[in-house]
Every structure is written in structure tokens, then in C-alpha cells.
Design a protein around this ligand. Structure first.
Ligand SMILES: [Zn+2]
Length: 229
């Protein structure tokens, strides 16, 4: 059992969303899709809006509901809405709502993928009376959207977009509360340590302060669900 209260290392890296376990962070939440035969220490399960298959979706949802009860599964997702996906948008909405309902049932935070669909996303989270923390992963949108998300009390996770100084992510990270952000490598072939380094540079802060803040944010939303197996 991994006791979150024993986080005392300032060297602690937390990768809130990745697609591979490379052990360069103490905590890596690996996106496992529906693959429950994985060997990840910590993972999230979800149906990505790109990969919704109408033919298998009812079985897939049943499986999701089952595997999200695993202890090592500490979040639901990535799931969400993507207007650039070829999957029918109404179907995406339906499946996103299912994810919200499952997350509220198993009481785990939601890791969200959202492309050009923030109004719909926020509406669904409101209408379903979602009570779980929401992390918008790979955030690289403008200030207006960032304010909207902050007003809802949701969280941001920034990744490789921080490598571009002129990116939306690099601008937005300077304006939001430290209590609201996480860092991730996502599917990029890059160490989370490098993302921390860039975040520290952009924010003009010591990297240890960022580690401390993300550690606190992690405790806030995951609490005692953080179990290293
Ligand atoms: Zn991802």
C-alpha cells in the first residue's frame, strides 16, 4: 500500500496521463483503454472518442464498468468529445455520458479528451450532475475556454504543448491557479521530467515548487485511491 501522506520527496514526479509505463515518475497513470490484461501499476480505463465502435459498444461499456472497479484503476478515461473524429458526434456524447455515470458510480476522477466541443462537454458534465473531479488533458486552448473550465472547478493537464513558448498552453498555465494543474507526457516520446523542466521555465519557478504543488493537487483529487501495487 502506497501511503500518499508519506510523499516527502521533492524529487517526486507525477505523470497524470501517459500511454506507456516508463518508470520515470513515481506516479504514472497509464491510459489502458479497455485492456485489463495490462501490467501497469496505476491506470485509467476508458473508451477514447476516436475508438468508439458502434458494433461492440454495449459489450465495451459493460467491460468498462467492471474493470473500473480495479484498485489500480484510479481514473476514468481518457474519454470525451472530439469534433474532428469520424465517429458520429451524437454517439460520442452518449458514450461520454456513460463514462460520467460510471465515474460517479465508482467514485473516480475523469480524464477528458476534448477537441472543439467544450460547450457540449461542460453541458453534459452539468446535466449529469457530475460530482467527480475532471481533468482536461492535453490542454492547449485559449484563455476564454480556460476561464470557463476554471469556473467549473475543473483541472488542467498540460503536456508537450508547453514546449512551444507561443502555444496556448504556455500562456494559459501562467494565468490559472496552481491548485488547478497537472503535467503529462500523453503519447509523446518524451520524459515527464522534461515537461516539468519546461513548466518551471515558463512559470519562472523552482521545479521543486511545481513538484510540491502537483503533489498536493494529486492528493486533493485522488486521495487514498493512490495505491502502488
Ligand atoms: Zn492520451
Amino acid at each position: 500500500m502506497f501511503d500518499v501522506l508519506n510523499f516527502n520527496s521533492k524529487k517526486l514526479f507525477i505523470n497524470i496521463h501517459t500511454h506507456q509505463q516508463i518508470h520515470d515518475a513515481k506516479i504514472e497513470i497509464v491510459n489502458a483503454y479497455l485492456n485489463s490484461s495490462n501490467d501497469f501499476n496505476l491506470c485509467s480505463y476508458g473508451i477514447h472518442p476516436w475508438y468508439i465502435n458502434e458494433k461492440t459498444i454495449s459489450d465495451d461499456l459493460q467491460k468498462l464498468e467492471l474493470i473500473t472497479t480495479e484498485k489500480r484503476c484510479i481514473a476514468i478515461g481518457e474519454c470525451g468529445l472530439d469534433k474532428l473524429s469520424s465517429v458520429d458526434f451524437k454517439l460520442q456524447e452518449k458514450i461520454f455520458i456513460e463514462h460520467i455515470n460510471i465515474a460517479n458510480k465508482v467514485k473516480k476522477p475523469i480524464i477528458v479528451h476534448c477537441v472543439k466541443s467544450f460547450n457540449e462537454l461542460l453541458n453534459h458534465l452539468r446535466l449529469t450532475e457530475n460530482k467527480m473531479p475532471v481533468i482536461i488533458h492535453g490542454f492547449n486552448n485559449n484563455q476564454n475556454i480556460a476561464e470557463l473550465i476554471s469556473n467549473y472547478g475543473f483541472y488542467f493537464s498540460f503536456g508537450k504543448a508547453l514546449l512551444g513558448y507561443e502555444s496556448n498552453a504556455s500562456k494559459v498555465i501562467k494565468t490559472i491557479s496552481g491548485k488547478r494543474f497537472f503535467l503529462e507526457s500523453d503519447d509523446a516520446d518524451i520524459s515527464i521530467k522534461y515537461i516539468y523542466k519546461k513548466a518551471a521555465e515558463i512559470l519562472n519557478l523552482d521545479e521543486d515548487i511545481i513538484k510540491e504543488q502537483i503533489k498536493l493537487n494529486t492528493q486533493t483529487i485522488f486521495g487514498n485511491k493512490l495505491i502502488a501495487l
